[in-house]
Design a protein around this ligand. Sequence first.
Ligand code: GLV
Ligand code: MN
Ligand code: MN
Length: 416
Amino acid sequence: MSRPASNLQIDSARLWGTIHETAKFGATPKGGVRRLTLSQEDKEVRDWFRKACEEAGLEVHVDALGSIFGLRRGRDMGRPAVGFGSHLDTQPTGGKFDGILGTLGALEVMRTLNNAGIETEAPLCIVNWTNEEGSRFAPAMMASAAYVGDFTTDDILSRRDAEGVTVKQALDGIGYRGDKPVGFQKLGCFVELHIEQGPILEAEDKTIGVVDSGQGVLWYDGKITGFESHAGSTPMGLRRDALATLSEIVLAMESIASKRAPNAVGTVGEAVIAKPSRNVIPGEVAFTIDTRSADGAIMDALDRDLRAAVAEIAARRKVEVKLDLVWRKPPTHFDPRLIAAVENAAESLGYSHRRITSGAGHDACNLNTVIPAAMVFVPCKDGISHNELEDATQADCAAGTNVLLHTVLALAGVAS
Ligand code: GLV
Ligand code: MN
Ligand code: MN
């Protein structure tokens, strides 16, 4: 690693301005953002981002899954690019920071280097990954997963949303099915800046989280088939109620995860009654489960206990429950050299910091399976995320972006 441009700082007001300027794409009345992946709002923010990258002198390319890559040339183009970025899509009722800080922070790093006239040894590449959130198309983080070879491009292109629209159709609909094959841009390492999405940094009054690990994830799709019948005339003992069955599954998931807290979490986040009516006993209910742990053995236990609980509940209630594991992401252990680079940057900039485990999934977790990766966290207000109330301070966002800047400089080297 070569000499860092040690006094360099990003422009906090400019970063804050871009976060608020882009929040208009999908702005919600409560101050949040609704920007489902590959929606019209996603196209609008992508167009803004692409133009901003081009104006920053980056060479912009879009891959076959719509991920946007902005390359800044280095002195030594034989070296692999140092990658950094995040995502611009949001949850249906998301906030202004989840993913957005890491993507616009990456742009701010490029703008800062341009203004300072700094050339790096290795090239730099910012990335906006398609569909990090996973709420329109499953799984989450599908583009970075394809990048590392967990899925083929065709497999991802064929995934459908709840309306039956494929990823391919959605990409074509907004003009973002790019001409570059997935994986065309080689990255030597990847660094992602993000809000913590939890309460720890704020509670401990720390500015920077040096992320050393990430929880593994299990996602299930479930379907309960009971029997529709009259809500007034069917005696309680003769019912095969799909929704009452789901209620038991919800509580079973809660208890299975709680038993292992704080090392596990579990959530039923979606439940849809097929033909809802006030005076019909629900005969069919679809649902989803998200359960996580940073410990692989605990993940196995969560899977085993959940399946056993579901089988017992289904048999006792004489209903059929189909439970499909649709995504399994093992826990992440970030690269020690990159963790140290983030820690050194935080330390040399004088920010308070601590090591931390990510509760959320991130594209950096996928990247880490094939190249060294690491993450920088900053606090968010009351630990709230995936909510329109999500908030973070300008000072913390700037601090995290400064850490990103100096981590990237240390990894890429400054040309003399
Ligand atoms: C992504 O936001 C996830 O952790 O589900
Ligand atoms: Mn995110
Ligand atoms: Mn998210």
